[in-house]
Design a protein around this ligand. Structure first.
Ligand code: FUB
Length: 325
């Protein structure tokens, strides 16, 4: 009976192409029919975690009512899948206001696991230190619940004023744990930064170091494959995704060009790159939900990613069909 109700709700949401009907107060399972994966709700800034045979996708909820052309983002949502076809949106959401020191604005985030704990790094607007900041929540499961791990921001705007005077440069955290166990936090807007994290994942373990990347806008994502480190990022505005490679996490980073072109109907283009069950995936957003989709009402999409023999990455082909095999 419950699944019948869900199916009816899903169809209703699809017919009207509107958001917020599902996934509000209970887990919702559905089979994706191409891109966008989620058609009943606007989701942006996807990050992904592969853990124990499951892909978890963490995305910001775009709640800006049409025709507004600004962000309204209060929470992050979680989806999971074991086959990239059937997805569950989980009822639990993390709210920007779960960080008591924050004013709101649930911008881009990423979750990583260490020693059985799950750390959710988020961008929020700080309540008392002007500008964006990065916080971290911790939970015992990839599905939460999560709680503020520090009770204060990990990165605040006043920590990076020697590099840029803008107040929104401390956004879009991406985290990475290298094979030797050293964890790193990368982030930035206009200027890209990185710093070591202590084993507790909640404190910096060294200086903040700027990284020079051509035409860097925001949305860094760090991953490693076959001895290469990859730093992908949003470039220019409207944004394309470009990438750089290095043999060392400390660089130098060699710019490799465009990875993904401007994503339809969205001024931003925010990616996660994962390997899952022997295949590589590019998870991103565009503005393709009709009739009101745009850069402030974004849509979660997934396409395949392919490496060349020399480790470079082929240009992403964004598709309507999505993942078909
Ligand atoms: O969603 C708000 C901001 O838009 C993100 O932090 C950026 O990466 C861009 O997608």
């Amino acid at each position: 009976m419950l699944s019948k109700i869900k199916t009816v709700l899903l169809s209703t949401a699809l017919v009207f192409g509107t958001a917020s009907v599902l996934g509000a107060d209970r887990d919702t399972t559905f089979v994706a029919s191409g891109n966008p994966i989620v058609k009943y709700k606007y989701l942006g800034d996807p990050a992904a975690l592969v853990h124990d045979g499951t892909v978890y996708i963490y995305a910001g909820h775009d709640e800006s009512p049409a025709p507004a052309q600004h962000y309204l983002m209060n929470e992050w949502c979680i989806l999971s899948t074991q086959d990239m076809k059937t997805f569950t949106e989980h009822a639990y959401t993390l709210k920007a206001t779960d960080f008591k020191w924050a004013k709101g604005e649930a911008w881009a985030s990423q979750v990583i696991e260490r020693n059985g704990k799950f750390y959710w790094y988020v961008t929020v607007e700080h309540a008392t230190i002007p500008g964006k900041s990065i916080g971290v929540a911790v939970g015992d499961s990839p599905l939460g619940p999560f709680k503020d791990a520090r009770g204060s921001a990990l990165i605040t705007n006043d920590m990076t004023t020697e590099y840029t005077s803008i107040r929104w440069d401390d956004i879009d955290p991406t985290v990475f744990i290298d094979d030797d166990g050293q964890a790193y936090l990368f982030w930035g807007n206009t200027q890209c930064y990185y710093a070591k994290l202590k084993d507790n994942m909640t404190e910096l373990d060294g200086p903040i170091v700027p990284i020079n990347l051509p035409r860097f806008t925001e949305a860094p994502w760090i991953h490693k494959r076959g001895g290469w480190y990859y730093l992908s990022f949003a470039s220019e505005f409207p944004e394309k995704i470009c990438y750089a490679m290095s043999k060392s996490i400390n660089g130098p980073w060699e710019y490799k060009g465009i990875l993904n072109e401007i994503a339809g109907n969205s001024n931003t283009n925010h990616q996660a790159i994962i390997e899952f069950k022997g295949k590589d995936y590019f998870i991103y957003h565009n503005g393709s939900i009709n009739p009101d989709g745009c850069g402030y009402r974004r849509a979660l999409c997934i396409d395949r990613l392919h490496y060349n023999a020399d480790g470079t990455i082929r240009r992403i082909q964004m598709t309507t069909e999505g993942i078909t095999e």
